[in-house]
Design a protein around this ligand. Structure first.
Ligand SMILES: Cc1ncc(COP(=O)(O)O)c(C=O)c1O
Length: 394
């Protein structure tokens, strides 16, 4: 029997793997699946991305390994994009790093920042790669609960001094998946002060930078920590530009942290195909109106879906970001979030994400990913209505 590393033990229970099994079983039993459980968009990447990638395939210069130095054009495009958006200068050489998506960055950063026994401050609920990365680095987790009464913002005063002493990093992400909360600027001031006071790296996972639907644009932590004293921000081409399958994102921020993450990555990967980086750079330099158009699409989906759910007796708070709904379990539903999602997909073919999959504090919630056209979303809500009526009848 092959002996496996202890560190993968905590990775072996995964609610989403159980949901995959339930989806496959529903299809096998003849249900037609409407999958609203994944944050993978149905919208298309900008035409410039596709055209640039096509062209790259005919260019033999793209065929060899993409070593670190040759990604300068991509890092420079990231720096230009950031500077245009947030008005803060960024050094493309020392403060930018290419990522294979922001998930990759969040999972590898603990290897660069943590020693066995040190602590990561993570929100609960939170995106699963944060926890996974800390376990792989042999670190410990201190959970910062996100609750509706505090607008899903952590309370830094609740973190004990003995935890602060051992903490190496904190991960925050707003607009937030799964709670859909958007953090106000003064929250970022508190976060930066806290991390500066305790010498903790502040990682802002920021893939939803363009997904706030109401109010002012979300804050970049670097515009608060202008010296980039403790902060790094992770961006993604997956959400704003619908390029999830391309696997490309980037980190911007504190040069020491960027260098440390580069060292980890140098041992692990050789960057993406250069055609992908060219496609991403083309979009960053010329985004056109893709972001505004998709925000309008998500706004319509959000408004019509929450109205349709309210009409079937499942009222949920209107999220301030696009893409997701974070719904408390329907009134009088007797089971937990996993039971709800397993029963729903089995009897109707509609797949939603159980809140428990994002952490213990996610229990009691269901996440909808609004990644289909309205017609399909309405069909799904119709099926959910029948499912809830069956429950009401007992
Ligand atoms: C909070 C958060 N971080 C990271 C990711 C992954 O992004 P990427 O495709 O850039 O790896 C997601 C995807 O859903 C996410 O919700």
């Amino acid at each position: 029997m092959i002996r496996l590393a202890q560190r993968i033990q905590p990775l072996q229970t995964n609610v989403f793997a159980d949901m995959d099994g339930a989806k496959a079983a529903a299809i096998a039993s003849g249900q037609s699946l409407i999958d609203l459980s994944l944050g993978s968009t149905d919208l298309y990447p900008p035409a410039a991305a596709i055209a640039t990638l096509h062209k790259a395939l005919d260019d033999p210069e793209t065929y060899s390994y993409t070593l670190f130095h040759s990604t300068h054009f991509f890092r420079a495009a990231c720096a230009r994009w950031y500077e245009r958006k947030f008005g803060l200068a960024v050094d493309a050489e020392t403060e930018v790093l290419t990522l294979i998506g922001s998930q990759e960055g969040t999972a590898h950063l603990p290897l660069a920042l943590m020693d066995p026994g040190s602590i990561a401050l993570l929100t609960d609920p939170g995106y699963p790669s944060y926890v996974g990365g800390v376990y792989l680095a042999g670190g410990e987790i201190h959970s910062m609960p996100l609750v509706a009464d505090r607008n899903f913002l952590p309370n830094f005063d609740d973190i004990p001094a003995r935890v602060c002493d051992r903490a190496r990093l904190m991960v925050l992400s707003y607009p937030n998946n799964p709670t859909t909360a958007v953090a106000p600027p003064n929250f970022w001031q508190q976060a930066v002060h806290f991390c500066q006071a305790h010498n903790i790296a502040l990682i802002h996972d920021f893939p939803y930078v363009d997904m706030a639907l109401d109010g002012p644009p979300p804050t970049s932590v670097l515009t608060v920590d202008r010296e980039k004293s403790v902060s790094v921000e992770l961006f993604s081409m997956s959400k704003s530009f619908h390029m999830g399958g391309f696997r490309v994102g980037f980190a911007i921020g504190n040069a020491e942290i960027v260098r440390a993450l580069r060292q980890v990555k140098a041992a692990i990967d050789f960057n993406q195909y250069r055609g992908i980086l060219r496609a991403a750079a083309a979009v960053l330099d010329n985004p056109g109106d893709v972001v505004e158009t998709s925000r309008e699409i998500y706004r319509e989906r959000r408004d019509r879906s929450t109205a349709a759910l309210a009409a079937i007796g499942w009222s949920i708070p209107t999220p301030s970001m696009g893409m997701y709904l974070w719904a408390p379990l329907p009134p009088r539903y007797p089971g937990n979030s996993m039971r709800f999602c397993l029963d729903l997909v089995k009897t109707t073919g509609v797949a939603l994400a159980p809140g428990r999959g994002f952490g213990e504090m996610g229990e009691g919630y269901i996440r909808f990913a609004l990644m289909h056209e309205m017609e399909i979303l309405e069909k799904a809500i119709g099926k959910i209505s029948e499912f809830l009526q069956q429950y009401a009848r007992g």
